[in-house]
Design a binder for this molecule. Structure first.
Ligand code: WT7
Length: 631
């Protein structure tokens, strides 16, 4: 597509135009895509309700842009490379023609199951090619996909199915994770018991795990696919029809369903993929994120395919069969662009340099980082040992709600400073504000990061509860989208993201609300109350520290800790398990009953000298007890 910026002057010109004439700017970008009918109004917006509409009147299908339009020139080009968990199992490649055909087959199966435009489909799958087929097949027929990360528990799946009213689910018998095999159809079976909306379940056979198939409800993909054709015309979608729902955690207990719509999401994810990574014809691009998170949606599936790129999907984990696996895959498939998370870099750093030195990595041209702030040590290790000092690192700041990358360098074009996300992309107008919402002007300043003008893939609503969207993102500061992050603007205007300023913890690049984890812990019958805070963790970025009041003191604290971990695993998933659990007899509360998290955070951090004023506490003595029992 013809919107790739080539120079720093090009960036400056694009940025200027995007601010002075945003509609003109995005019109020109959007024209590069294939539309069934052009739009009549580029932008309508207000951040009060909020109400944001892009490219109104336009009709399109994102899969025609991801697949059909490449067939004539690039039909035999590889669209998807799939690398299995076990390096001994053969990898798979799908050309654009093959991917198109697989997506249409899947789409016809879904249609045969009764799925129509606007229906919600829960996709609970491991990182196998059918996950990409399923996502695109939903988009093909206008069904709204809600991908749920396959590490989430029965309760978490059930919550998400119920909240979005999914009538259909796509899953597999099980998944491979390093040396382990884990059944997951059974998770769906259990979840569906409390989800009466579910009519049908499509099951992919991945690991030959024995599963129970419920007559009339459950269908095998490998049987259904023999009954349908690979011809499936793309549904005509309005620009603002929902494309997908993706659940994410916030400062309240219940995750919310972030809604993205067809046209704006397409325009922005394709534009940012091309520009941030500077993708060149015939390069192999690898994003290690799971499709269960937004990074996998925007930069494993949609962004790359919109640009006719070759995207690699990896089923496994970085440490199996050994911590050289990522580097081995890079050499094996001659990966040119590699996009991963700081937590992965830190854990591979800890595994020792020999695993990296065993591979050449000479195919690499660009490195990327996403999900959490990257510390300077990890940045330098990544730059020196993986990039051999010659690959730019794009530190990409964005969120589930933003749909695409917001602040980042353009690879090879922008100036790089370690651990700085950099400058805003064209169309993005960040501002820093004080607690009271006044704008902080100038450079060398720090504040709450907000965005003051809409971009095409801004969150449209939270599924089923628009008011929640307004309150969460648009009510803290008038006429601004509030990100929940704190940031610094350095002397040169570059942004450095500091971290969350709300009650959200970022564990290995995954978001959890403290209230969400507390709710899970409190489900344990032996727990009276709990308070959760984040603390700095050498690998995960932030770890989870839980202070727990038990109904009765325990003689076997470690056993009790295991029990609480199990409770969290059951209610959210193993990814949210607390790293530290301290039993306390009380929590530091104000006279009005509010937990003083600041104190709990400081104790967890070990910053005992700077606890601040504790005199307003109901019972200042609890602080001494908590400090004494610190883990
Ligand atoms: C939160 C969003 C963006 C996709 C993956 C996570 C943090 C994200 C960076 C970065 C510093 C970052 C922020 C943000 N974050 N990228 N490059 N530098 N922090 O998506 O689960 O929606 O989380 O992740 O705190 O608010 P998410």
């Amino acid at each position: 597509m013809n919107f790739q910026i080539k120079t720093n002057e090009g960036y400056e010109a694009a940025y200027r135009q995007s601010i002075e004439q945003p509609e003109q700017f995005w019109d020109d970008v959007a024209k590069e895509y294939q539309w069934q009918q052009p739009w009549s109004k580029t932008l309508t917006w207000n951040f009060e309700e909020p109400n944001v509409k892009w490219f109104e009147g336009g009709k399109l299908n994102i899969t025609e842009n991801c697949l059909d339009r490449h067939l004539e020139k690039n039909g035999t080009k590889t669209a998807l490379i799939w690398e299995p968990n076990d390096p001994k199992e053969p990898f798979l490649k799908f050309t654009y023609e093959e991917l198109h055909s697989r997506v249409c087959i899947m789409a016809n199966i879904l249609k045969g199951m009764g799925i129509k435009k606007g229906d919600r489909v829960c996709i609970y799958l491991p990182m196998i090619p059918e996950l990409s087929f399923a996502v695109l097949a939903c988009a093909r027929i206008g069904a709204i996909h809600s991908v749920v990360f396959a590490g989430f528990s029965v309760n978490a799946v059930a919550d998400r199915i119920q909240d979005s009213g999914c009538e259909y689910c796509i899953t597999s018998d099980g998944l491979n994770r390093g040396a382990k095999q884990i059944p997951i159809k059974s998770v769906v079976d259990e979840a569906v018991e409390s989800c009466p909306t579910i009519k049908k379940v499509l099951v992919i056979n991945r690991i030959n795990w024995p599963v129970e198939m419920k007559e009339g409800r459950d269908f095998w993909y490998h049987i259904e696919r023999t009954k349908v054709s690979d011809d499936c015309p793309a549904e005509e979608m309005d620009s603002e029809d929902p494309l997908f729902i993706l659940y994410t955690s916030g400062s309240t207990g219940k995750p919310k369903g972030v809604v993205h719509t067809c046209a704006g999401y397409m325009v922005y994810s394709g534009y940012t993929f091309s520009n941030v990574f500077q993708y060149q014809e015939n390069e192999v691009y690898w994003c290690t994120a799971d499709v269960g998170w937004v990074t996998g949606h925007s930069y494993l599936i949609y962004g790359p395919l919109l640009n006719g790129a070759t995207s690699l999907m990896f089923e496994g984990i970085p440490t199996f069969p050994d911590p050289g696996r990522f580097w081995q895959v890079i050499d094996k498939h001659r990966v040119n662009i590699f996009y991963t998370a700081p937590t992965a870099i830190r854990s591979l750093m800890a595994a020792g340099i020999d695993h990296v030195l065993a591979y050449s990595l000479h195919s690499l041209r660009v490195l990327g980082s996403v999900g959490e702030p990257i510390n300077e040590e990890a940045w330098h290790w990544y730059h020196t040992h993986v990039g051999k000092g010659k690959c730019p690192i794009v530190d990409t700041w964005w969120q589930t709600e933003t749909g695409g990358i917001m602040i980042s360098a353009l690879a090879g074009i922008s100036e790089l400073i370690p651990a700085h996300a950099g400058l805003p992309l064209p169309g993005i107008q960040p501002i820093l504000v004080n607690n009271d919402g006044t704008e902080i002007i100038g450079n060398n300043v720090e504040g709450h990061l907000c965005i003051k003008f809409p971009w095409p893939s801004i969150i449209r609503t939270t599924w089923g509860d628009h008011e929640r969207c307004r309150i969460n993102y648009f009510s803290t500061y008038k006429n601004l989208y509030f990100t929940g992050d704190g940031a610094r603007r350095e002397a040169n205007g570059m942004y450095r993201i500091i971290g969350r300023v709300d009650d959200v913890i970022n564990v290995s690049g995954h978001r959890f609300g403290t209230a969400e984890i507390e709710n899970a812990i409190n489900q344990n019958k032996k727990v009276v109350e709990s308070a959760v805070v984040g603390f700095p963790h050498p690998i995960k970025g932030q770890g989870i520290y839980a202070y727990v009041i038990l109904l009765a003191p325990t003689d076997t604290p470690n056993h009790m800790r295991d029990e609480i971990v199990e409770t969290v695993a059951e209610h959210i998933g193993r990814i949210a398990k607390p790293d530290k659990i301290q039993f306390v007899s009380a929590l530091p509360k104000t006279r009005s009953g509010k937990i003083m998290r600041r104190i709990l955070r400081k104790v967890a951090d070990g910053e005992l000298e700077t606890l601040g004023d504790t005199s307003t506490l109901l019972d200042p003595l609890v602080v001494d007890e908590i400090i004494k029992g610190r883990l």
